[in-house]
Structure formats: C-alpha cells, structure tokens
Design a protein around this ligand. Structure first.
Ligand code: GLP
Length: 244
C-alpha cells in the first residue's frame, strides 16, 4: 500500500493496531503485539499515545514483545531499545509493566541461550503474536535477522552485519561504539504472527523494498521470507516504493 507521506501511512497503521486492541477488549482477551524500534515506527507510537490521551484508548489488555535489543546493552543506556520503547510508547500509556517484554541485553553470556528459548516460549504461552510491526534494514533484515538467517529461526543471539553497524554508527557516535551482537526474535517467530505490517519510508529504502517484494525468496535478503506469509502488508511512502 503506497501513501503520499509517512504520516498518512503511520496513522493508518496506528488505527489498525488501535482497532485490534479494542476488538480484543470487547472479547475480554489480551492483545499480543510484536513491536519494532528504529525511526520507521516512531509516528505510529506517537499516534497511539495521542489516541490514549485524547480518545481514551486503553492498553490494559496489551502485552508486548519487542523484536530485538543490542547485546550487551544496559537498559538505561539511551541507545538501548529498552530506553527507546519507554521514551516513545510505554511511559505514556497505561500498559502494565509486567506486560512489557524487551529482550534483555544484560543477561550473562552463559545464560543467554536459555534466555532466548524462554523468550520464545513466553510468546508461545500467550498463543503467539496477534500483530507484528516491522521496519527493514538496508541488508534486508527484519528485527536483527541478518542475511543468512534461517527461515525457521527462533529468538537467538546474532552477529550484526557491517552495513547494519555503519547505519547505527551516528546514534552511537562512531562505529566502534556500536555493539557487534544483538538478541533478536527469529524469522520463524515473526512468521508465526497472525498479521504482519512492514513499514518503509524514504528513498534509501527503495532498493531493498524492491528486492524484498519482487526478488526471489532467499536467506540473503531475509525480508523476502515475508512473501510466504499470507497476511502481510507493506506500507510504503512514494519514495520507498520508487523502484517497484
Ligand atoms: C534496526 C532495527 C530494525 C529496524 C531497522 C531499520 O536495525 N533492529 O528492527 O527495522 O533498524 O531502522 P529505521 O526504521 O530507523 O530505518
């Protein structure tokens, strides 16, 4: 779906999430959301916060699982995804703290393997993700599933691609400060979501969007795996869609 601007597209995505939350409330059910970081979803969170403050949208039945976190990473570090999510969403809505899950970048390396398995099991224990929000990296990563990721991969520790670290360098004031690893939900975790929405804005995403939508399904561009998911939408602005 192509919109003139990222603002239009973001409001539409926020409305879909808000409607899902309300529908689940009517059925007395939890709403299990998979959430993303990066610049792409910021306006979606802004609109959800607005609807909470001005229209009374309640997050009391919302349970969230974030896609990823740098490793190692302290929670209160301003570059952490934990910090990002609290800044942009969690601190401004009535979500219960125990319903928030962001991969923990402080886990000891010897406990990491089990931690990732537990994260995966926790998502399954809620019946899986009702909705997964995604951005896309220049390498074709979703979450931090870099090229080479297996279609059935689960939550795990991954080594970041050099391009991904170059893209993250400005916010870390230099590539040497960008962590080399991250914890990420897997492709399998993401593909099990009942609904997936990937957003991409701006000309620097147009090439990877073209490869993702029109290219062959390949582990070299992990986002191409989404072609096999039967309820995925790509929400783009004019610029991001310019190579299609
Ligand atoms: C990071 C995140 C991804 C995100 C990507 C693109 O690598 N781990 O989940 O999609 O950045 O970020 P942006 O939305 O800022 O372009």
């Amino acid at each position: 779906v192509i919109y003139n601007t990222s603002i239009e597209g973001s409001i539409l995505v926020a409305n879909e999430i808000a409607q899902l939350i309300k529908d689940k409330q009517k059925e007395n059910q939890n709403c299990i959301l998979g959430l993303a970081t990066g610049s792409s979803p910021i306006k979606v969170y802004e609109e959800l916060v607005r609807q909470h403050k001005e229209e009374g949208l309640s997050f009391s039945n919302v349970i969230t699982f974030n896609l990823d976190e740098y490793y190692p990473m302290e929670k209160n570090n301003i570059q952490s995804y934990h910090y990002f999510m609290h800044e942009h969403l969690f601190n401004h809505v009535n979500i219960l703290p125990e319903n928030i899950h962001v991969p923990d970048g402080t886990i000891d390396s010897e406990n990491l393997y089990q931690y990732c398995i537990d994260y995966e099991m926790k998502i399954k224990s809620y019946g899986g993700l009702d909705f997964q929000l995604l951005g896309i990296g220049r390498t074709g990563h979703i979450g931090f599933n870099e090229p080479g990721s297996h279609i059935n991969s689960g939550t795990r520790i991954i080594t970041l691609d050099h391009i991904t670290r170059v893209d993250a360098a400005p916010s870390f004031i230099g590539i040497d400060n960008v962590p080399r690893k991250a914890i990420t939900m897997g492709i399998g975790t993401i593909k099990n979501a009942k609904r997936i929405v990937l957003m991409a804005w701006g000309a620097n995403k147009s090439k990877i969007i073209q490869e993702t939508i029109e290219g062959e399904i390949s582990s070299l561009v992990p986002a191409t795996y989404l072609q096999q998911h039967n309820n995925t939408s790509f929400i783009l602005d004019e610029e991001a869609s310019s190579d299609l």
